[in-house]
Design a binder for this molecule. Structure first.
Ligand code: NAP
Length: 266
């Protein structure tokens, strides 16, 4: 029996939000290595340029990039109209990866800041809704197209200081579930990948550039890498068209639960 059946991603258009670092940048290289054509968005265009060069070196047919802020409807719409032109009238968007997002602060509710709460809801929740609404008309029906959202273990379990982020990722999970119901019959696959502890710029952003606090999060433990998640995204998108990976929780072996992490003595 042949176990691995893959749908080819060669020359398929893949749109990745938050492609300037972490999971998104690694996904650009991983889909690039499959010969896909990439549309990359994030706010830091200089970083996107570097990611695009890396993705082309890895084998991407194209690795186009443009400034994108998923927290602003006008930016999302401008990005999608640019994407529509790049894909051309006869092409289709094969995969949408809603990855842009992150955590801001680790304050309790009592100490929480409006700006942090608003940024988290804007990018992780409203950003997914806006991008999906705008991108859906570019997606073909019955051709194994996929929408893959990046959630988190934070959407499944609450932790102190994580109220708004956990709420945002629980929101992402429910958006994914509602969308799968809404798109039934179109053939468009909808899923969420929900990682645990992964070493990217995530903690640097959460602690507002405080590198020492960010480093402490991963001290003595072996977290996931961005490449671990990128490989899984490629695997999901390359399943046969009738297979939908609904929800995938991915944690490092050293993390048994959100707040239960094994740390070696240094
Ligand atoms: N690392 C973890 O432990 C972990 C675990 C579970 C889930 N996640 C989730 O995984 C996703 C990727 O995070 P990461 O770990 O790869 O962290 P990262 O290295 O900080 O990457 C976050 C990406 O999102 C982009 N982004 C943030 N806000 C944006 C906005 N308003 N508009 C457009 N792009 C935006 C950033 O780009 P710009 O700043 O250039 O815009 C960056 O490319 C996030 O949704 C995060 O919540 C991470």
């Amino acid at each position: 029996m042949k176990i691995s059946r893959m749908s080819s991603l060669k020359d398929k258009w893949i749109l990745i939000t938050g492609a300037s670092s972490g999971f998104g940048a690694a996904a650009a290289r991983a889909f690039g290595a499959e010969g896909a054509r990439l549309l990359l968005g994030a706010r830091r265009v200089d970083r996107l340029e570097r990611v695009s060069i890396g993705a082309r070196k890895a084998g991407a047919g194209e690795a186009l990039f443009r400034e994108l802020d998923v927290s602003k409807t006008a930016s999302v719409e401008a990005f999608i109209s640019w994407a529509r032109k790049k894909i051309g009238s006869r092409g289709h968007l094969h995969v949408l990866i809603n990855n842009a997002g992150g955590a801001h602060g680790l304050d309790t509710v009592a100490e929480g800041k409006d700006a942090d709460w608003e940024a988290m809801i804007q990018s992780n929740v409203l950003g997914v809704l806006r991008m999906t609404r705008a991108a859906l008309p570019l997606m073909p029906h019955d051709a194994g197209a996929s929408i893959i959202n990046i959630g988190s273990v934070a959407g499944h379990a609450a932790y102190e200081g994580g109220a708004a982020y956990c709420a945002a990722k629980a929101g992402e999970l429910q958006i994914t579930r509602a969308l799968r119901l809404e798109l039934l019959g179109t053939g468009i696959r909808v899923g969420t990948v929900d990682p645990g502890l992964a070493e990217t710029e995530f903690s640097l952003v959460r602690f507002k550039g405080d590198a020492a606090s960010a480093k402490k999060v991963y001290e003595g433990t072996r977290p996931l890498t961005a490449e671990d998640i990128a490989e899984i995204l490629v695997w999901i998108a390359s399943r046969p068209p009738h297979v939908n990976i609904d929800e995938l929780i991915v944690k490092p072996v050293d993390q048994a639960a959100v707040g239960k992490v094994f740390r070696r003595k240094l």
